[in-house]
Design a protein around this ligand. Structure first.
Ligand SMILES: Nc1ncnc2c1ncn2[C@@H]1O[C@H](COP(=O)(O)OP(=O)(O)OP(=O)(O)O)[C@@H](O)[C@H]1O
Length: 537
């Protein structure tokens, strides 16, 4: 092996105190701090070198010719290499590693030298060791390693062959790429988010035809536009509306349109879980936290919604004690499972729904005001079908097509039935309409039947819709007494009763009723006594 020559240089003052030196000297002199030590204290270490001294007026320049110490020099250089250098013999026994090895694997050199390199994998210090594979294949390979210290290492292993083509050494060059890997992952995640966003945008642009029934009413057109806008924003939403108007349906749609679409959508119906169990169902519990608790503990529904959407249906029914825990979840995105003291952090979007008047519940002390305002960052009111009769035909077309397809039928509705449906007040909203159409399709005696009035359920036929429009008061009500009355006087009387009851119900004062119906106050008083007496008694 060729010798390596290099020169160490030391400058001392006339008394032999070292005032400067070059970096080569570091590999020769054992003391860490060489400056200000006296050259006489290093004579032992310099004994084996050729030394040349040149004296100037104030300084001595000492040149040390280094020939034999090539190994120390190389070690010094290799220990300062950013990359790890790792060498085994042809059998995989570790001969050498530099200081970067210690940084990468958290072991000292002494712990690995002389051992079969495979032990690093066997002891779980690194996920895989491919030295023996390289020895067998005699091929250079490059691969990623993951260490127990959490690093990602890019490792290139090269076999060194002798004249007889036998592996005599294996040299590994390993670079810590943890930072790059983290950046790469973060970049991949961002790219995925962008892709999701693009897909959503495409989807969003085709929504009109595909996903929402194109309602005619202004209120629903506005609502659909709001849904599209708010779905993308990660805000909590509160859906209000009568039963059957589509709160659950919309919560699902909002989730599907959001960037959380591929993540879980968990529904919790606050009325269906018994009050005693609601906290443990929602937030889960630690093992053995109460009598009857599973010994393994239980994950709550809230945790199951992690990264996705949590839909709290019938939120108005949530017990007030559970509301404070929910407030913590909504405000801080943390919760504490029953029996634990450690808060868990969670990433969920909350959509709540109710057909109750939450403001009234707040006044009655049954709902927390702070929770209401936290949940109601976006409030969406879904109008009842009664408020938007112009949408009824679209819904009928939609569901008739759906159920005809489902049951392989071609049932149609007669004009007379369509007229009745347009006038019906649909107290059960879309759910009632959907169920009725399914019933009519299933109940049809032939696949092409045209449904007439006599096939409708009694409650629909009986209901009479009347509109009285005066001073902006409109009411659509059924009047059973009117249908039962036989003489003209009885019919007029029933109708009069309906008008008076309606007006008094709304206005709560005989003066206002008189004014509204343009009658004298004494007549209003008499009529209220006559028609509202029973209800008030
Ligand atoms: N925009 C819509 N287009 C088509 N079908 C709808 C629409 N909105 C609601 N529906 C249908 O109406 C029915 C009732 O809807 P949903 O269960 O969402 O009502 P809800 O307001 O949550 O009722 P509740 O308060 O009783 O839970 C469902 O079968 C749903 O598929």
């Amino acid at each position: 092996m060729a010798s390596i020559y290099s020169s160490g240089i030391i400058i001392t003052d006339n008394d032999g105190n070292i005032i400067d030196y070059n970096s080569v000297m570091k590999s020769i002199l054992s003391e860490k701090e060489i400056l200000n030590t006296n050259i006489s204290s290093h004579l032992k270490e310099l004994k084996n070198y050729q030394v040349f001294i040149s004296k100037c007026e104030k300084y001595n320049i000492i040149i040390i010719r280094i020939e034999k110490e090539m190994n120390a020099f190389l070690e010094y250089v290799l220990d300062n290499s950013y990359d790890e250098i790792f060498v085994t013999d042809g059998k995989g026994i570790v001969l050498y590693c530099n200081q970067a090895f210690e940084k990468h694997y958290g072991l000292s050199k002494q712990e690995v030298l002389g051992k079969d390199v495979q032990f690093l994998e066997e002891q779980g210090i690194v996920d895989r060791i491919l030295v023996h594979r390289v020895i067998e294949s005699k091929q250079t390979i490059t691969f990623e390693q993951h260490t127990a210290t959490g690093k990602t290492i890019m490792n290139t292993i090269k076999p060194i062959l002798d004249d007889k083509d036998e592996v005599i050494y294996v040299v590994e060059n390993c670079r810590d790429i943890s930072k790059q890997t983290q950046l790469k992952r973060a970049l991949e995640q961002k790219n995925q988010e962008i892709k999701d966003y693009e897909t959503k945008l495409k989807y969003f642009n085709t929504l009109d035809d595909k996903d929402f029934i194109e309602f005619q009413s202004k209120s629903m057109k506005k609502l659909n536009a709001t849904i599209r806008k708010l779905s993308f924003r990660d805000v909590n939403l509160l859906l209000l509306g009568e039963s059957g108007t589509g709160k659950t349906y919309l919560a699902n749609k909002i989730h599907d349109l959001s960037l959380r679409a591929n993540k879980p959508f968990v529904t919790i119906n606050c009325t269906t879980i018994p009050e005693k169990l609601i906290e443990s169902e929602l937030f889960g519990y630690e093992k053995g936290s109460f009598t009857g608790a599973s010994t393994r503990g239980k994950e709550g529904l809230v945790q199951q919604a992690h990264t996705g959407t949590l839909f709290l249906d019938e939120i108005g029914e949530l017990p007030i004690t559970t509301q404070s825990k929910l407030l913590q979840l909504v405000q801080e995105k943390t919760y504490i499972p029953i029996g634990s003291v450690y808060p868990k952090t969670i990433d969920v979007r909350i959509i709540a729904a109710t057909n109750k008047n939450l403001k009234k519940l707040i006044k009655e002390g049954k709902f927390r005001e702070d929770l209401y305002y936290r949940l109601a960052l976006g409030v969406i009111y879904i109008p009842s079908l009664r408020e938007r009769p112009e949408d009824i035909i679209q819904l009928i077309d939609y569901y008739l097509e759906l159920f005809n397809k489902k049951y392989d039928m071609e049932v149609q509705l007669s004009k007379e039935v369509l007229d009745i449906f347009k006038k019906h007040s649909w107290p059960g909203n879309i759910r009632e309409l959907e169920h009725l159409l399914e019933f009519l399709v299933v109940d049809a005696s032939s696949p092409n039947e045209i449904i007439h009035k006599h096939s409708l359920p009694n409650n629909i036929i009986k209901e009479t819709k009347k509109i009285v429009n005066q001073n902006n008061y409109i009411f659509y009500e059924s009047i059973p007494e009117y249908n039962e009355a036989t003489s003209l006087n009885e019919k007029i009387n029933s109708f009069e009763g309906k008008i008076i009851r309606y007006a008094y119900d709304k206005l709560q004062s005989s003066y206002k009723v008189a004014d509204y119906l343009q009658i004298s106050q004494s007549t209003a008083h008499r009529l209220i006594n006559k028609h509202c007496k029973k209800e008030r008694a």
